[in-house]
Design a protein around this ligand. Structure first.
Ligand code: HEM
Ligand SMILES: *[C@@H]1O[C@H](CO)[C@@H](O)[C@H](O)[C@H]1NC(C)=O
Ligand SMILES: *[C@@H]1O[C@H](CO)[C@@H](O)[C@H](O)[C@H]1NC(C)=O
Ligand SMILES: *[C@@H]1O[C@H](CO)[C@@H](O)[C@H](O)[C@H]1NC(C)=O
Ligand SMILES: *[C@@H]1O[C@H](CO)[C@@H](O)[C@H](O)[C@H]1NC(C)=O
Length: 600
């Protein structure tokens, strides 16, 4: 009797995440059997009674108590499926082969394969969220939540990650300090620059807008994808403040004859600045946090200019169109340009593939691809790419510290867009994977990510490995080739199966000459491609010239490049790219022919 009273007190405290109640107090007879994370191969764990469970293996291709026994065709498919590292190796080597493929129909066939194989890993319609570890109408319907690929670890488990590992997890500050904080800057071996880093941040923060005031696992970005809400605002009210209400254009101000976002005095929207920054010097931008960094202000300015430029072009084509139609059509053009640049330049650069990627929605028209997207919590965690940030910022011969750079409203207009693009395109970004590469100034963001993942009860890294068709690691030594990291993780976690999601992604051994390891690519690419191609403009009823104002608008989408985004909106054309200039990439190419045999 006493035990049951204690048990319910404990359960209550567990809900409130009282660490004292984890561990020995929960007797084995009361352990929720789903805490063992027993169901394999996408099987669904359902609890029956007190201590019984069933795995629902429907359509997984497996059967048995824990969905571990393959059906005949599953066995065949498993046997034939090449490992991700083999595929990656082929895609990043054999230039002569790809030079041929790029010019044949095989390019389209392979691109279609990339898109379908990747997006088949993402459930659509979406499934769980942070409140619902089972399917529910509320979870499907309420867009205020991020979705989740794997349900949370049940609340009433003996250990934070189910049944394995210690009663407590390592102190997040200690984890970050020992394993993630930068000692000396390590550039990305793929040559990524700050132009790439700020693009990543600018692009993704249209759909990563965690809304902590509402609660854990909520988002403010209700469109769940590429809606250009970072340009136009995430509400109609904000959009109306940002619009000029003439010719479809956005409000702007001229400084030294150049177009910049309007001041908050002119476009009264809430921007996040430290107290005391007067509205006259705050710039009004769709995304409220973009005053933080001149790199974000730079992209905001470029897209603002591009929007107004496209408006002028469409107005010539359609002199009868009103402000509203010009605005709405231009917005679709901007979304199209964004997806084009992201796939053909941003993802192309990031992947290192020699297959020339292609943004062509018609590739999916005869497949079972579902249009629609929901941003996942795991995607937001995974995209905390703060190691990209350098130790200081070099612009036009000046070196700016973080204190001089962050929230500095004068940097953007002082240097102007051309100088900033040139500077950011020439300065190397940090390698994301491999550990110990986050500048101290932003290291606390990683602490926050780890704390958040615990409160949201994210499943262990190895469970995500399995979910994305990767083999779980069997030891810390297999996971990392860095002796110090493997050793420290062993000491901190004890069991590889309790390594957490975010530390796993950032500390995994990197691929040879690559920006990060296997898991970041194999987990990140599905979310990314599903989000890009699941956009309504890619669907058969939208993907046609009339949607974009006719041939002229459609051509703008289909020929968009990063370079044009810059140089059609500046007076002179600076060096603009997602990687540092070739002559600066001294490290590059050296490792190119090395193979890491344990990868294959
Ligand atoms: C100096 C540069 C940067 C600073 C000062 C910075 C700072 C921050 C801060 C303060 C947060 C909120 C953390 C929290 O609420 O717990 C955050 C979130 C985030 N940052 Fe950064 N960051 C920087 C660069 C980047 C870059 C280059 C990326 C690359 C993609 C990035 C990706 C993210 C993501 C995905 C989130 C989560 C956003 C959300 O869920 O709303 N950050 N960052
Ligand atoms: C299924 O998983 C449970 C919990 O991990 C384990 O105890 C049981 O032996 C497994 N059953 C089979 C048939 O493998
Ligand atoms: C094929 O595409 C890749 C990636 O864009 C590029 O590196 C390679 O040079 C291309 N080859 C040809 C012949 O276009
Ligand atoms: C979504 O869920 C939250 C939390 O339960 C609630 O406050 C909000 O009103 C819901 N939104 C809708 C549209 O139902
Ligand atoms: C802001 O940036 C300018 C360069 O545009 C620099 O001279 C100045 O020191 C910075 N301001 C602060 C407060 O650091």
């Amino acid at each position: 009797m006493c035990a049951s009273v204690l048990g319910s007190v404990c359960a209550l405290l567990l809900l409130l995440r009282e660490p004292a109640c984890r561990g020995d107090e929960v007797t084995s007879s009361t352990v929720n059997p789903c805490c063992y994370l027993p169901c394999q191969h996408w099987g669904v764990c359902v609890r029956y009674g007190d201590d019984r469970y069933e795995c629902d293996c429907t359509r997984t291709g497996y059967y048995g108590q824990n969905c571990t026994v393959p059906e005949f065709w599953t066995r065949v498919r498993e046997f034939l499926r090449p490992s991700p590292n083999v595929v990656h190796y082929i895609l990043t080597h054999f230039r002569w082969l790809w030079d041929i493929i790029n010019h044949t129909l095989l390019r389209e066939v392979l691109m279609r394969l990339v898109l379908t194989v990747r997006s088949n890993l993402i459930p659509s319609p979406p499934t769980y969220n942070s409140r619902y570890g089972y399917l529910s109408w509320e979870s499907y319907y309420n867009l205020s939540y991020y979705t989740r690929i794997l349900p949370p670890v049940p609340n009433d488990c003996p250990t934070p990650l189910g049944v394995k590992g210690k009663a407590g997890l390592p102190d997040p500050e200690l984890l970050v300090e020992r394993l993630l904080r930068r000692r000396t800057f390590r550039p990305d071996p793929q040559g990524s620059n700050l132009m790439f880093a700020f693009f990543a941040q600018h692009f993704t923060h249209q759909f990563f807008k965690t809304y902590n005031r509402m609660g854990l696992g909520y988002t403010k970005a209700l469109a769940h994808g590429v809606d250009a809400g970072h340009i136009y605002g995430d509400s109609l009210e904000r959009q109306l403040h940002l619009r000029l209400h003439r010719d479809g254009k956005l409000k702007y101000q001229l400084i030294d004859g150049e177009m910049y976002p309007p001041s908050v005095a002119d476009a009264p929207v809430k921007m996040s600045y430290p107290p005391g920054v007067p509205p006259e010097v705050q710039m009004a931008i769709g995304q409220e946090v973009y005053g933080l960094l001149p790199g974000l202000g730079m992209y905001a300015t470029l897209w603002l200019r591009e929007h107004n430029r496209v408006c002028d072009i469409l107005k010539v084509e359609h002199p009868t169109w009103d402000d509203e139609q010009l605005f709405q059509t231009t917005r679709l053009v901007i979304i199209g340009e964004t997806i084009k640049i992201v796939i053909e330049e941003y993802v192309q650069h990031l992947s290192g593939y020699m297959l020339q990627l292609k943004f062509d929605p018609t590739l999916l028209f005869n497949t079972h691809f579902q249009y629609g997207n929901r941003i996942a919590l795991e995607f937001s965690q995974l995209y905390h790419w703060h190691p990209l940030m350098p130790d200081s910022f070099f612009i036009n011969g000046d070196e700016l510290s973080y204190t001089q750079f962050l929230f500095n409203t004068s940097v953007l207009t002082h240097y102007g867009i051309e100088k900033l693009v040139d500077a950011f395109s020439r300065q190397a970004a940090g390698q994301i994977g491999g550990g110990q590469n986050i500048n101290s100034v932003v290291a606390k963001v990683a602490v926050g990510a780890i704390k958040e993942s615990r409160e949201l009860r994210l499943q262990p890294f190895n469970e995500y490995r399995k979910r994305f068709n990767l083999k779980p690691y069997t030891s810390f030594r297999q996971f990392s080739d860095n002796e110090e990291i493997a050793h420290a993780l062993e000491e901190l976690y004890g069991d590889i199966d309790t390594l957490e999601f975010y530390p796993g992604l950032l500390l995994e051994k990197t691929r040879v000459g690559a920006i990060f390891g296997e898991s970041m690519v194999e987990m990140g690419a599905p979310f990314s491609l599903k989000g890009l191609m699941g956009n309504p403009i890619c669907s058969p009823d939208y993907w046609k010239p009339s949607t974009f104002g006719g041939k002229v608008g459609f051509d703008i989408v289909n020929s968009a490049t990063l370079k044009k985004l810059v140089c059609l909106n500046t007076r002179t054309c600076p060096y603009v790219a997602f990687s540092v200039p070739k002559e600066d990439q001294s490290q590059r190419g050296k490792d190119d022919n090395e193979v890491r045999t344990d990868e294959l």
